[in-house]
Design a protein around this ligand. Structure first.
Ligand SMILES: [Zn+2]
Length: 371
């Protein structure tokens, strides 16, 4: 009898400061979501143990609701080969450890996320299977013991942990605006300014795990503006949404404006101060990206995040400054908005996990058994 063909799938997770989301991801040829993302609130201030427990709750939820528990998803026969996680904080990808983190997640630094996740997942799976067997036995005596469950226990060798912006960039690189290119610089501009460098379809991590942190690049336009890192004159201090709002008020703007969106509305209506702070945000980013493009010479630059939806009042000075700073051969580098949206970090987290040697070995074994 022919065995059913089984397709490898991953679970991708995005851990943010307020919520965490996860879904089943089809890894190849172009990574895509196979299930609707499930999200839960992040217990950001309850300590790392509560964080890992919530993460396991979320993964088990995806496992149960997507059909993975029975080895199916969207009517296909599937096998879970790995789990990729993108999380806030600076991550040592090789050690699967959070190196440092802001107050957004209390006590997150020092967490061995890969090891803790694998350990708790194995424990939870045991409890889950015992519960299901007991339940099945109670409604159909004698059947429970024979029920088989698709394995959810995933060892650290098939778990991939990385920074959330890196995961986002990976998502844009494989399934979004960067999918036609093998090298890309991404800047994500919203409440902060993050970024990543993707070379040969892999995120470049750097020697200290912070490669691509464009937000803390010194830029002349930011001068004495205070940055969230405690220094002054960094890109984030002039470019990010809260910086735009702060500068608007400091320069004498309308105090009824409560956030960057309000400032944007005023800029659209011709408010001179609002226009100025938006333009300076864009010009500072344009200069910073031109500097990076000159060093890296990427095939494209992707700009995502809340500010990237601001329209021409921001994009026009951004493009203009970027082009004006570049030498001839670099002038054609496309500077484009992100496309993958909120699913980008989930897809990207899974796509990075797909590159792990242990996951590739399992994929080859699956392919062999399919033939
Ligand atoms: Zn800074």
């Amino acid at each position: 009898m022919m065995k059913d063909q089984t397709q490898p799938v991953m679970i991708g997770v995005d851990i943010g400061g307020t919520k965490m989301a996860a879904a089943v991801v089809n890894p190849a040829p172009v990574p895509s979501l196979l299930s609707t993302p499930v999200s839960i609130p992040t217990p950001a201030h309850d300590g790392p143990q509560a964080m890992v427990s919530a993460l396991v709750d979320l993964i088990v939820k995806v496992y149960e609701t997507s059909g993975l528990v029975h080895g199916t998803c969207q009517g296909r026969c599937v096998t879970l080969v790995g789990c990729g996680v993108g999380t806030a904080g600076v991550v040592n990808v090789d050690d699967q450890m959070i190196v440092s983190a802001t107050d957004a997640i209390t006590g997150w630094a020092g967490t061995h996320l890969g090891k803790d996740l694998a350990h708790q997942l194995a424990r939870r799976v045991k409890a889950f299977q015992t519960r299901e067997r007991t339940h099945t036995a109670s409604i159909a005596p004698g059947v429970g013991q024979d029920i088989s469950y698709a394995p959810l226990a995933i060892g650290t060798e098939r778990i991939h942990i990385q920074n959330d912006v890196d995961a986002y960039a990976m998502g844009e690189a494989v399934a979004g605006a960067g999918r036609r290119y093998s090298s890309m610089i991404m800047a994500a501009v919203g409440t902060g300014v993050g970024g990543a460098v993707v070379l040969n379809s892999t995120v470049w991590r750097g020697a200290h795990h912070v490669a691509g942190e464009v937000g803390h690049m010194p830029v002349a336009l930011a001068m004495d503006e205070p940055c969230t890192c405690g220094r002054t004159g960094h890109l984030e201090a002039i470019c990010a949404g809260p910086s735009i709002h702060r500068r608007y008020l400091a320069l004498g703007g309308d105090h009824c404006a409560l956030h960057a969106r309000d400032v944007e509305k005023r800029a659209d209506d011709g408010d001179a101060i609002a226009l100025r702070v938006y333009e300076e945000s864009a010009r500072a980013l344009g200069k910073a990206l031109a500097g990076l493009a000159t060093v890296i010479d990427p095939e494209c630059i992707v700009v995502s995040g809340g500010l990237s939806r601001a329209g021409e009042l921001w994009w026009q000075p951004l493009r203009e400054t970027f082009r004006n700073e570049l030498i001839g051969p670099l002038r054609t580098i496309p500077l484009i908005p992100g496309e993958a949206g909120t699913s980008a970090p989930i897809i990207g987290a899974a796509a990075s996990c797909w590159q792990l040697p242990a996951v590739q070995r399992m994929n080859r074994a699956l392919n062999a058994s399919n033939h």
